[in-house]
Design a protein around this ligand. Structure first.
Ligand code: NIG
Ligand code: FE
Length: 410
């Protein structure tokens, strides 16, 4: 585990001589400010604009010359299963020998095989195995990270995963948002009794996790190899009773109307969405449910039907992008690569890709204080050895991060 430098709050400082992609509302693409400055006080941005317009009171503040580098909001990875044990390289091999993702899941592999490994791991072991993956994301300028449970599928392990997620947030200079994903798959012991699993394990575990302060949102996997809309509904009703926002893995492999169901519960996001239809897009637009696109899962499972990007644009739905870091469908720890894939595979623009990992990813987590550079927002910033923001989506496996500022701290 490498150590990550934390020099403490800057108190009052100004970044000068920067290209600033604010990603805020602006007539200019990326909200770009050339020759810009960002004033930071404690953990917040207090001013941002062209250096020539900087108000006099900021002039004596400690200045840091960025020598023309690009500054963006720090990245937000809004969908991960980064806490898990083991890997599924053997299943990767099986798929290359002809099996499908669904075949493997039905034969007791897939999510359930990661469950076996995750149940056997201690909290310390889970933390240690997640650490290098978290460090990869931090090294790419990620300051906010969503982490799901869902590889426990029993009372103890679901809570164990969420405790590890909280511990990651306490240990690293990164903000962690936890998501309870008890309705991810049916464990071996309940095979054929999905309803009983929901009632006897999933819902009680959610209640216990919430009582322990471990849950920020509730998710499910609505799919033929996951749960039916009716079963998801029961989990969402409980989430609502507990005052927790919901989100859903929907329309990844088929169309069960999951996104519309999520929208009915005012979900923060519906994720994957390759098989979403027009009715689903309209339902999401009505509720303001953010589409979270996961191009690496699409890539890794060799899907051929991309999500309906143009329909999202037409509906005015802001799109988010995430790594979906998980051992089965997306063993990837690069949000920059996800941006590149969103452009190459889904034909999103580099500006949409950056909005998708900053402003819109923050919205997909219900966060209103990060994801753009503007006064009053957290000083969560990424400084890049780049001149133009399109470079971030353009590179394949190129990490041009120069520095990362988390809540004002370098
Ligand atoms: O987001 N779709 C369901 N869950 C994960 C995959 C989990 C797994 O295969 O382990 C996903 O793709
Ligand atoms: Fe996922």
């Amino acid at each position: 585990m490498t150590s990550i430098r934390n020099e403490g709050p800057l108190q009052q400082s100004v970044l000068v001589n920067a290209q600033i992609a604010t990603m805020g509302p602006s007539a200019t693409p990326y909200g770009l400010i050339e020759g810009g400055a960002v004033a930071i006080e404690n953990n917040k941005v207090t001013w941002c604009g062209p250096l020539a317009d900087m108000p006099q009171p900021f002039e004596p503040w400690r200045q840091r010359n960025l020598e023309g580098r690009l500054v963006t909001p720090a990245l937000v990875d809004c969908h991960t299963h980064i806490v898990h044990a083991g890997n599924r390289a053997k299943e990767f091999e099986m798929r290359l020998n002809g099996a499908t993702y669904e075949d493997i899941a039905r034969a007791g592999g897939g999510i359930v095989s990661t469950v076996t490994a995750t149940r056997a791991a201690s909290e310390d072991e889970l933390f240690a195995s997640a650490a290098p993956r978290v460090e990869d994301l931090i090294a790419e300028g990620v300051c906010t990270l969503e982490i799901k449970s869902g590889y426990g599928l029993d009372f103890e392990t679901e809570l164990k995963m969420l405790r590890v997620a909280r511990r990651i947030g306490a240990h690293y200079p990164i903000r962690v948002r936890t998501t309870f994903l008890g309705a991810h798959a049916t464990p071996e012991a309940y095979k054929g009794y999905d309803d009983r699993y929901i009632d006897e394990v999933c819902i009680p575990a959610l209640e216990a996790a919430q009582a322990e302060g471990l849950v920020d949102a509730v998710d499910g996997f609505c799919e033929s190899i996951g749960f039916t809309p009716d079963q998801i509904k029961r989990v969402f009703s409980k989430a609502k009773d507990l005052g927790l926002p919901v989100k859903l893995h929907a329309e990844q492999l088929s169309n069960l109307g999951g996104a519309a169901l999520a929208a009915h519960y005012n979900a923060l996001s519906a994720d994957h969405l390759e098989y979403l239809d027009d009715a689903g897009v309209s339902a999401m637009a009505r509720s303001g449910t953010i589409p979270v696109l996961l191009p690496s899962a699409y890539y890794f499972l060799r899907d051929t039907q991309p999500p309906p990007i143009q329909s999202f644009r037409d509906a005015g739905l802001p799109m988010a992008i995430a790594t979906d870091c998980n051992p089965g469908s997306s063993p990837m720890t690069s949000l920059l690569l996800a941006m590149n894939m969103a452009c190459t595979l889904f034909r999103m623009t580099p500006e949409e890709a950056l909005a998708g990992t900053t402003r819109n990813a923050a919205a997909a987590l219900g966060l209103k204080d990060t994801g753009i550079i503007a006064p009053g927002f957290r000083a969560d910033l990424a400084i890049w050895n780049a001149q133009h923001p399109a470079e971030l989506s353009y590179g394949i496996g190129i990490n041009c991060l120069h520095d990362r500022i988390f809540g004002g701290a370098v």
